[in-house]
Ligand binder design. Structure first.
Ligand code: S3P
Length: 442
């Protein structure tokens, strides 16, 4: 928690209604900053997420010698230094709460002959980095980190980076991306073989910036990604669509607050990010895609959501990568569903901004909802109206904070969180946007 925590309470009020657009996608915003820094010349980004995670990535790119300008609201210009062109930063790079910024920048720095120290807040300092450092060492980077590989750590990028073939031991887009970004500096082909596909924004944006990158099926669900190193990345405009992981909160709120109807504009519908929509569909949710289109190379749609009865479902482990950040708010939806919802294969939730498996179960139990953790599975027993009335510990985790607020908008008694300040990492303006729909947050 911060020194000056900002508690927040959500109360039941009338139906939610209105048309909103949530902020830009966090994954794409951070990738645009890093790839813009590695391109030669000016990359213009519109719709940028101006949340703390992206701002920390922007500051890190500046400290590495990139010039950045904010040219208007959510409009940024990045004057890149080219692959391998980073300058040695004078001070430690601070990534705040952001695993994505930190891990992707580790990859980008690993291919440059500079030394940099990486740090973050207490949440980021508790998260595993060894999974990223191991392949980066194979590429030729040297690292100085504690035995468990936590921040703060220092990395000396490779002078002669080696292309590697890497099979990530966990389904992680951050890990895949770190290896691909380091591979940009290596001669020849860097190959990543993913057993389970994870969000492919790095691959798509590399192709958009003129890199030679191929993605092929590799048996079962597996994908083989081959990147030819040492390209000249060409700056291209990036239009950041609305973040489906942020849209998830007003979406679920509108499903569980009786008689609500809301429209969410321009939400990214990349199929590797839509696991929550599929799951809510299985639960009987009334979500309609209006006006599907394309924005900056990603599928987008306006989503119309109406409140209605939900039923419990079983969510298979294979779906986890496509909705990895959405489990806390799915668990809230499940609390209002008829019957039991079983979410399988959630081991990775234990190493997010908090132990999200434990924090989600605690959030529900503290508000009168029965929830069990069995191995890596979360089991939620739904009811028509949970009691609420709890004080939720958010553990520096924006998604736990927002999920708790969504619960409080429809539970019998108000729900309070100990600290709302971390919401600004991914969803600046959350409170105001939810209030514009009629939510009572104070
Ligand atoms: C992200 C990947 C996921 C996700 C995170 C964003 C990305 O993390 O949880 O919020 O932008 O690549 P992992 O790669 O650790 O699964």
């Amino acid at each position: 928690m911060r020194a000056d925590p900002a508690p927040l309470t959500a109360r039941r009020n009338g139906p939610l209604s209105g048309v909103i657009r949530v902020p830009g996608d966090k994954s794409i915003s951070i990738r645009a900053l890093i790839l813009g820094a590695l391109a030669v010349g000016e990359t213009r980004v519109s719709g940028m997420l101006e949340g703390e995670d992206a701002l920390h990535a922007a500051k890190a790119m500046q400290a590495l010698g990139t010039r950045l300008e904010r040219t208007g609201e959510r409009q940024w210009s990045i004057h890149g230094v080219g692959v391998g062109g980073f300058a040695e930063p004078a001070n430690a790079l601070d990534f705040g709460n952001s695993g994505t910024g930190c891990r992707l920048a580790l990859g980008a720095v690993a291919g440059c002959p500079i030394t940099a120290t990486f740090d973050g807040d207490d949440s980021l300092r508790s998260r595993p980095m060894r999974r990223v450092l191991d392949p980066l060492q194979r590429i030729g980077a040297r690292t100085l980190a504690s035995a468990d590989g936590r921040l703060p750590l220092t990395i000396a990028g490779a002078r002669d980076p080696m292309p590697i073939v890497f099979e990530p031991p966990v389904a992680s887009a951050q890990l895949k991306s770190a290896v691909l970004l380091a591979g940009l500096s290596a001669p020849g082909e860097t190959v990543v073989i993913e057993a389970e596909p994870t969000r492919d924004h790095t691959e798509k944006m590399l192709a958009h910036f003129n890199a030679d990158i191929r993605v092929e099926p590799a048996g079962g669900n597996a994908r083989r990604i081959t990147l030819t190193g040492q390209p000249e990345l060409v700056p291209r405009p990036v239009a950041v669509p609305a973040d489906p992981s942020s849209a998830a909160f007003p979406l679920v709120a509108a499903l569980i607050v009786p008689d609500s109807e809301a429209i969410l504009k321009g939400v990214m519908m990349n199929p590797l990010r839509t696991g929550l929509i599929a799951t809510l569909g299985d639960m009987g949710a009334d979500i309609v895609r209006l006006d599907a289109g394309n924005d900056g190379g990603e599928e987008v749609a306006d989503l119309r959501v109406r409140a209605g009865a939900l039923r419990g479902v079983e969510v298979p482990a294979a779906r986890a990568p496509s909705m990895i950040d959405e489990y806390p708010v799915l668990a809230v939806a499940a609390a209002f569903a008829e019957g039991v919802t079983v979410m399988r294969g959630l081991k990775e939730l234990r190493v997010k901004e908090s132990d999200r498996l434990a924090a989600t179960a605690a959030l529900l139990r503290g508000n009168g909802v029965a929830a069990d953790i069995e191995g890596d599975d979360l089991i939620v027993h739904g009811q028509s109206r949970p009691a609420g009335g709890g004080l939720v510990a958010t553990h520096m985790d924006h998604r736990i904070a927002m999920a708790a607020m969504v619960l409080g908008l429809a539970s019998e008694k108000p729900v309070k969180i100990d600290d709302s300040s971390f919401i600004a990492t991914s969803f600046p303006g959350f409170v105001e946007l939810m209030r514009s729909l009629g939510a009572d947050l104070s």
